[in-house]
Design a protein around this ligand. Sequence first.
Ligand code: GAP
Length: 511
Amino acid sequence: MDFKNLVAHCKEYGFIFQSSEIYDGLSAVYDYGPYGVELKNNIKAYWWKSMVQMHENIVGIDAAIFMHPKTWKASGHVDAFNDPLVDNKDSKKRYRADQLIEGYAEKIEQKINKDVEKAREKYGEAFDEAQFRATNGRCIERQKQIDAILARLGAAMKAGDMEDLKAQIEEYEIACAESGSKNWTEVRQFNLMFNTQLGNIAGEEGKLYLRPETAQGIFVNFLNVQKSTRQKIPFGIAQIGKAFRNEIVARQFIFRMREFEQMEMQYFVRPGTEMEWYEYWKAARLKWHKALGTDDRKLRYHDHDNLAHYANAAVDIEFDFPFGFRELEGIHSRTDYDLTQHQELSGKKLQYFDPEQNENYIPYVVETSIGCDRMFLAVVSNALTEETVPDAEGQESTRVVMKIHPALAPVKIAVLPLLKNKEALTETATLIYNDLKKHFNCQYDEKDAIGRRYRRQDAIGTPYCVTIDFDTLEDGTVTIRDRDTLEQKRIKTEDIYNFVQEKVSFESLLG
Ligand code: GAP
């Protein structure tokens, strides 16, 4: 399903609404509706179960959003959490300079892809894409161009060379998408942290930031957690919580938001063992995604060429969103940078005594960090499908179905009396619903023809529908319909719980 329809579907079926919509909305801020909040909670529960509760040596915390302002000085966010900003003087539109340059490189990539598709059409079955890319003169030339553009961009970003970014925009003759004008301001650094003021302290002293990542709440609590839970290295601290970034260009729906939620885990290890753990978490996190049944071809690793100031290795798990492969999750080997910085600025020792080594040291950290909202978008875009299936009368009809893993589905089971004006059916259905709702998020629906009710449940991803008909009154069986296969079978009323429980439990995902 294309992206526009996906966004419309999320609104129509109560998954996601634009924030403050009645005031024309607030850009890059979104509200989760009744089905959205269920799905989001299930994503969080899957992450928490597999990352925290399945590991004896990983514990959770819930730190406050506000932190002492020195935290952000220590972490480097006050000085270095910037994006390069440029304004178009004619349209007054604001852009990220690096994204303009990346967009230029992407256009060249699109030309390569066009040539590839043309060749595929020409040669049919015999076409070897890798060979074509490696041998076709035009492709090779264009690829070289892309590599050179990205290398220069990377170097300028690393050096914080705003003048060179401006020079690149001019050299490539990049125009504003809105006005077509090439009349740009200088490129300048823009800090992405939102700030606010403590009520009782005026001026700089009382300046507070809304946290741009949850990780720092974990670092500053490292010793509190280690001592109170008597963990031995290696051990992890996990957290799910809101983060805020004043993104310059916020687009692509919930992919890049100004207020979003992160699920982060910091794994504290002995210095020198970090690469081993980095590889471990890299593999473990990809496995976590694949367990959901996501198409293998939609997930890939992307190693960082330009490492952040605190990292000695970093990789993204990318997902093939409707607008292409983009970062879904990051795994970073953050060295001892954060703890060392906090030790320095706070003047408090943040060392661990290793009884096995009989020495004190500041642990190294391997981090796994995933945006909950981005995961939501990945799940929905992987699941939302338009297909032709036979309807209740056996006629071909189109349906929109969210083929989401049953463990994540917002509603697990819908209870549908065949007819709404037959009291015996609605009474029995209500009894079944009242029992099932103690165990699962269920829906009771008696409105409209059964086919329409199935379609409504398909659209929100309900994996099972049970229909209560006249046979139910005779023999105590119901029809249970599978969302994906459309298979319908009769099972005993008392077996519904076990049948559904097995399918919707996280157990199958946890390996
Ligand atoms: N603690 C490390 C950290 O914050 P990051 O790569 O900046 O690293 C981690 O962010 C994850 O948070 C990303 O992989 C992405 O899933 C999510 N994320 C980052 N910025 C986001 C935004 N503006 N909107 C939604 N999700 C975002």
